[in-house]
Every structure is written in C-alpha cells, then in structure tokens.
Design a protein around this ligand. Structure first.
Ligand code: HCA
Ligand code: CU
Length: 381
C-alpha cells in the first residue's frame, strides 16, 4: 500500500493561513523522512507562488518519495505542471451527475473525451510521468457510469491508476468496500482512495478501501482539507497499527510523527487537537482511577500501542478531582519517596478537594508528595 500525503494540496484548501515556501519544503522533507510514498502538491496554475513552490518541491531530493501535482484536465494545467518537473500528475474531473450539472453540464461521454485528451497530452509531454485520474465525487456517481468512465479511459491511454474520491464525505464504509472490490475485480489497475470526513468516516473508509483493494490512500496531517478535511495521517496510521501492523513497522518512522504534526500545525497556524490519534496531548493520558490502577498493572489494559514508539510519554494523571492513592503512590515511588498507605489516602482526599476547580500541575503534585514525607502533618492538612 502506498500513502499519498496531500497536506500540501488538500491541506492548503482548509481555512488556515497561507504556508510560506520554506515551511512547505520543511514539511515535504519531514513527510519523506517519515515514509510517505507520494507528496501531492497544489495546481501550479493556481498562483505564481504555487508554481514556484511546485518547482522547488519537485527539485528536492526526497529519496524514493515522489512529488505529484494535482491538476484539472486542462491543457494549461498539464503543461504548467509538467514544466515544474514533478514526478507525476494527479488529474481529476467532476464526474457525478451533481458536479457535472454544477460545472458545464457535460455528458459522461464528453468527460471521457476530455480525460483521455488530457492524459494523452501528459503522456506525450513526458512519457514516464506517473498518471492518475479521478472521476470526482465517485460515490455519488452511479456504479455503471463509474465503470464506464474507468473502462473507457484506461483502455485508450496508459494510466498508472484510477482514484475514487468521496468528495463530500458521505460514502458509507460498506459502499467504499463494495466499489473498490468491484473495480479491483473488473480492472487490472492500481486504485487510489481519497475520502473526506464530513460524517466522521474518513479513516474507516480508508481502511475498508485498502482492505478491498486500494493500492494508494490519500491522507493529510491532522486531516486538514476542505470543510472537515480528509483521512488524517495519524488516524490512519493508528488504525493500521491495530489492523495491519506490517504496513507500519519498518516502513514508517513513527518517532517522527510528533515532529511532523507539530511542523504542520505551526505552519498552518492551527492547534493539534488534544484528542488527535497518536499525537494529541491527551492520546496517552489516563485519568479515572479504574484506568490508572489497571495501567499500573499492565499498560495494555487501556492502550493499544506503546507511546514510546512515537517517542512520547504516557501520563497517569494525579492532580485532579478523581485522583486516588494508587496513582499518587506510583508517582511517589518513581520519585523514590516512601509514603504509607494512610498518608497517600489522606493526600488523595486533599488533592481531590483542591483540584475540584481545576487540575493541579504535575510539579505541584510532586511538591505535595515531597512535603508529605518532610512534614506529614502540614502537607496533609
Ligand atoms: C478538489 C476535489 C478533490 C479531488 C480529489 C482527488 C475531491 O479539492 O479539487 O483528486 O483525488 O475531494 O474530490 O479533493
Ligand atoms: Cu478532496
């Protein structure tokens, strides 16, 4: 399976600030080091900046990671993109009846002609280009039309793969599975999935697309993109860690994920959501007593993956309104402090009261534990 990261294309279509060229280059280098197979960049004709950036990105030495430009089936887009030196083109064309109506009211046959013409032009300009074509809004396109499009286009010009895009994020996971399985059966082609997250199904849909035969999956860091964005890289990687670990271990450098996510968040001027998979501040935090007690016995009780793979620390929260003696005891032990069960119980009660209006910092907890050892009466109030 190949990961196509579209942070520098789809991600830039989110409601965030423009990203300067230097940061785009840094992000591309991090994406390649992390291990994505392809980096999709924005259409060079969209602005002078986009054109210059595509050229710079195409000129980077990214090892085996390829740079692909996202372009319409317009000759000027194709010429400009090829001119930047990218490794390939991700072409798309509005295909569902709704989008056809909203664009120029073209028939499916007209679209097929336009797509074939665009692909032939790209092939003629640089025969070795990696070419993908996506009939946009694929899941609101009737299956027979989708198959007709794929069959007609791929029989007339050599394409490396066809993409299916859940453009509006409404595809049911079972529909994603069914359509990929069907195309897999009918065509001997690589297949790509691009799924929006408007109904919160983007990671699940990517997983099912892959299991049903998608060879390429589109993601963005933090799921950035139009509206609710697309399949989040970190969410998809988390799902793979559970359901297909061989796709991750030895292929992706998980320890770079926090750095990559931070670089993207800073460049785009967004926060990393606390509950983002793998990289959120709360991803490996444990609070309720039932959880922390079990975690102290066996870390697998409430974690599916060891945070050290990402180089991050697990946090057993102690300074809050639900705290208990055992989590405080574990912290005391880690600090080499010897407190009796009674001391810990009393300290827990006092922390629960003081934290009822807001959590206490972990440093404060350490100070209280230390004070309990030095001056048991005062510290435990
Ligand atoms: C867009 C639409 C797109 C294209 C997807 C693709 C979509 O923003 O231009 O080319 O794979 O979601 O349909 O992102
Ligand atoms: Cu999209």
């Amino acid at each position: 399976m190949r990961l196509v990261d579209s942070t520098l294309r789809e991600g830039l279509q989110s409601d965030t600030r423009p990203v300067d060229s230097a940061r785009k280059l840094d992000i591309a280098a991090l994406l390649a080091a992390f291990g994505v197979d392809c980096i999709e960049v924005g259409n060079p004709v969209s602005s002078e900046r986009a054109r210059a950036d595509a050229r710079r990105l195409a000129g980077l030495d990214l090892g085996s990671t390829r740079v692909l430009a996202h372009v319409r089936c317009h000759p000027e887009d194709i010429r400009a993109a090829v001119d930047t030196g990218v490794d390939g083109l991700n072409l798309f064309i509005p295909c569902s009846p709704l989008l056809r109506h909203a664009s120029l009211g073209r028939s499916l046959d007209e679209l097929i002609e336009i797509a074939v013409g665009a692909l032939e032009l790209a092939r003629a300009l640089r025969p070795e280009l990696e070419l993908r074509i996506t009939p946009e809004d694929s899941f609101r396109t009737p299956v027979p039309e989708l198959e007709r499009f794929c069959g007609a286009v791929t029989s007339r010009v050599r394409v490396d793969r066809v993409g299916l895009a859940d453009t509006v994020g409404v595809a049911h996971p079972r529909a994603v599975e069914a359509r990929f399985a069907r195309l897999r059966q009918r065509f001997d082609l690589d297949l790509e999935f691009h799924g929006h997250n408007d109904t919160g199904c983007a990671v699940a849909n990517a997983l099912l697309a892959r299991e049903a035969g998608a060879t390429h999956v589109d993601v963005t860091v933090l799921g950035l993109g139009e509206r609710n964005g697309i399949t989040a890289l970190e969410g998809f990687v988390a799902a793979l860690l559970v359901h297909d670990p061989d796709a991750v271990h030895g292929r992706l450098r998980l320890e770079l994920l926090p750095l990559l996510t931070r670089a993207v968040a800073d460049a785009f001027g967004v926060e990393i959501p606390r509950n983002s998979c793998l990289v959120g501040a709360n991803s490996f935090a444990h609070k309720a007593g039932v959880h922390t007690n079990a975690m102290l016995r066996d870390r697998r009780s409430y974690e599916f993956v060891d945070p050290q793979l990402m180089g991050v620390e697990r946090r057993l929260l102690a300074g809050h309104e639900m705290t208990g003696a055992s989590v405080l005891g574990a912290r005391a032990q880690a600090l080499g402090l010897d407190l009796s069960p009674e001391q810990l119980r009393r300290l827990a009660a006092s922390v629960r009261t003081s934290a009822s209006h807001g959590a206490l910092a972990s440093e404060t907890i350490d100070e209280l534990l230390l004070a309990s050892v030095c001056a048991p009466e005062r510290a435990q109030g």
